[in-house]
Design a protein around this ligand. Structure first.
Ligand code: GDP
Length: 628
């Protein structure tokens, strides 16, 4: 690879201008002469605008120089390249020097990482945009009913009979202003999107049934909403029910930190009946009030960008996706990159199935014209040039393919504040805490909150009783948090999921050890940890109580292999109920050292007889883990 740079810095703005003037001034176009049909128009050389994945023919197109001349010049440089061959930046820069055209590359415009591009909008172009709302809450508290009722409140479009097309989001109009609702309720989908980097939702409406009060998923939804920093509005639902008690809901939610406005807090509460439509208008008014206060703005004049809400492969229409425009205006025939694919928008439909010519900020539209099916949560950006869009998509596809082979970078406690890290100021350590009892969770939370290390804030984004679930992992991923488990053991599939998502799970059974680790991590001095490495699992299928000896568990090894010398955890409903050593491991009548996956065995645990059918025994050995 030649490493010689061009002798003149052609990127210098002034020289570039001169160069451009030179080219233009030498063209007959600028010399005021009229073209005759017989005289060929001299080609005007243009700068080489380099982008990642640029091919020889792209360079020809960018510079307005014949492909054959580009290929010839490359040959003279000792590089044999075909038309469709990509050149790296150094080679392209050298080539620009040889071709005597300015070389331009703007790192801030690396469209292959378009999610990271920052566009500044002129303040005078900014106008209000509708808020985007997600509805969350415990199962059966009325989320779907509320979404349906709100959808039905919209003014029926006479032309289209108001037949809603399920495109993943819809809009209603109230007081002449729109509100966009995401059609998939619940915090799992919400956090999944956030984990993919999609910032779609502005406001969370938390539905709590007044006859049921705060339930486990209500708490989970609050944690997920808080982690996203979206304002919350509480809809106290089912007030039509005789046993409803909205005040009890307020009290329970106040205890969780959601203090109603009417009690001096900052959270709007609205009593509703989603089924009967009672106060649904008031809820919409409240959403608009919160939106006004938050001043959601966008610039409809710029090229559109936004996120994929939903996507599918339609047999007749090909790949289709619902876009939610976050900024700018999307038009049919716009060319865009989206996730690892690209599109020339052919047709756009709104949520009433009506073909539309524009999609403004916060509008959801179903788009046809994609080259492939993107994923929900992918970002799109209009870039205007189809070849470029195609290239960017190709580069990104290749990158994703290579990335999928790489190990996911784990956000670990060790790395977070490692010594080599400069400037610990203004750093935030986010934790998700799960424990076996409310006592242990509270104790851990209380003790952690007392740790103070200069410049580092510790925020516990979720703390609750129970084992670690996939939703916890998603929340941690979306928020860049580490999960601390106290006397709990996640299931094998959750552990795998965490690995895949790059989330560190740290398990403890002694609180002070957890505190020590956190403090050491915050001081950037966490030493290598010994972690229990799971070697296998067995499920208890039968119990034999033998007098004077104790309880023998008839177990079946369901994964890995189990060893007589290993540590064992007895797990019931995801909670570790006992930890210890084996006192015997047998196959039929024989003592054995190891039993492999797929075999039955008899297990006795030292000093522990309270084994039940269905318990899981998790076998592990202690191993030093490298921070990843
Ligand atoms: P989701 O699981 O949160 O989406 O809950 P659904 O919307 O499916 O509602 C669960 C059940 O509660 C359904 O039988 C609804 O008809 C009922 N429901 C929802 N809202 C109300 C309400 O305001 N009043 C009454 N009485 N029932 C409701």
């Amino acid at each position: 690879m030649p490493n010689k740079k061009p002798t003149t810095d052609v990127r210098d703005k002034k020289k570039y201008e001169n160069n451009r003037n030179y080219n233009y001034n030498n063209s007959s176009r600028n010399s005021g002469k009229k073209y005759s049909n017989t005289k060929p128009v001299p080609k005007v050389k243009k700068p080489l605008f380099f982008f990642d994945g640029m091919t020889v023919s792209d360079i020809s197109e960018s510079t307005n120089i014949n492909v054959s001349e580009v290929v010839k010049t490359l040959m003279m440089m000792g590089i044999m390249a075909a038309q469709n061959q990509s050149l790296d930046k150094d080679t392209a820069e050298l080539l620009a020097g040889e071709l005597k055209v300015p070389f331009e590359v703007d790192d801030t415009k690396d469209y292959t990482n378009f999610e990271k591009l920052e566009f500044e909008d002129d303040k005078k172009d900014l106008v209000s945009r509708p808020p985007v709302v997600t509805i969350m809450g415990h199962v059966d508290h009325g989320k779907t009913t509320l979404l349906d009722t709100i959808r039905n409140t919209r003014v029926v479009d006479s032309e289209f009979g108001g037949i809603t097309q399920a495109i993943g989001a819809y809009q209603v109009e109230r007081n002449g202003k729109k509100i966009t609702f995401i059609d998939t309720p619940g915090h799992a989908a919400f956090t999944e999107m956030r984990a993919r980097g999609a910032k779609i939702t502005d406001i969370v409406v938390l539905v709590v049934a007044a006859d049921d009060g705060v339930m486990p998923q209500t708490k989970e939804a609050i944690d997920h909403a808080h982690a996203s920093k979206c304002p919350i509005i509480v809809a106290v639902n089912k007030i039509d029910k005789p046993n409803s008690n909205p005040d009890r809901c307020r009290q329970e939610l106040s205890d969780l930190g959601l203090l109603p406005e009417e009690w001096g807090g900052d959270v709007p509460f609205v009593n509703i009946s989603a089924l009967r439509g009672t106060n649904v208008d008031l809820l919409l008014d409240t959403i608009q009030l919160v939106a006004e206060m938050q001043e959601y703005k966008a610039n409809p004049k710029r090229e559109a960008m936004g996120y994929v809400v939903e996507s599918k492969l339609d047999k007749a229409k090909g790949p289709t996706a619902t876009f939610l425009v976050k900024n700018g205006t999307l038009h049919p025939s716009d060319i865009l990159v989206c996730g690892d694919t690209y599109a020339k928008v052919r047709v756009m439909y709104n949520d009433l199935g009506k073909q539309v010519k524009t999609a403004l900020p916060s509008d959801p539209v179903s788009v046809i014209g994609l080259n492939d099916v993107p994923q929900a949560g992918d970002q799109f950006l209009v870039i205007g040039d189809e070849r470029k869009a195609k290239h960017i998509a190709e580069v990104r596809t290749f990158r994703s393919f290579s990335k999928s082979k790489e190990k996911t970078k784990v956000i670990s406690l060790e790395d977070m504040f490692s010594k080599s890290d400069e400037g610990l100021e203004n750093k935030e350590l986010k934790l998700v805490i799960k424990g076996d009892t409310s006592g242990s969770v509270e104790a851990m939370k209380g003790a952690l909150e007392k740790i103070s290390v200069n410049g580092i804030t510790l925020s516990i984004i979720r703390s609750s009783v129970g084992t670690i679930t996939e939703t916890d992992v998603l929340l941690a991923q979306a928020s860049g948090a580490v999960i601390m488990g106290f006397n709990v053991l996640p299931l094998a599939n959750v552990k795998d999921f965490a690995k895949q998502k790059g989330v560190q799970i740290r398990l403890y059974n002694i609180i002070y050890k957890a505190l020590e680790d956190i403090e050491a991590a915050m001081k950037g001095m966490l030493s290598p940890v010994f972690e229990d490495k799971s070697i296998g699992e067995a499920e208890v299928r039968q119990i034999f109580k033998i007098s004077k000896i104790g309880t023998v568990a008839g177990a079946f090894v369901t994964s890995g292999s189990i060893k007589r010398s290993a540590d064992v955890k007895v797990v019931r409903d995801g909670i570790v109920i006992y930890e210890g050593k084996l006192s015997s491991l047998k196959r039929f009548k024989d003592d054995v050292k190891e039993v492999k996956n797929g075999f039955d065995c008899g297990i006795m645990i030292e000093n522990f007889n309270d084994i039940k059918v269905g318990d899981i025994m998790e076998f592990s050995v202690s191993e030093e883990v490298e921070s990843e």
